[in-house]
Design a protein around this ligand. Sequence first.
Ligand SMILES: [Ca+2]
Length: 89
Amino acid sequence: MVLAPLYSDTSLDGFRQWLTKEVDRNHDGRISMLELRSALKRKGYNRATWKGILGVICNDLNHNGFIDTEAEILALANYAVRTWGFTIA
Ligand SMILES: [Ca+2]
């Protein structure tokens, strides 16, 4: 059995692709707490529920409950580096 890598080493474009292809499962162009939680869980993170909830709350700049603007995606990328150990270069 091959486990998904725990930490992501990627470019900003790679991070965007991860959001589009792996996280946004219903393809509505926005990231919900549940989608983020599931994606982090698939990556092998523990406490993925909290990480997903906090990831959206902390970076949802216009408080509409989703990560769905350019500024929010950049904020989430920054957050992923600071708190989830992502390397985004
Ligand atoms: Ca938002």
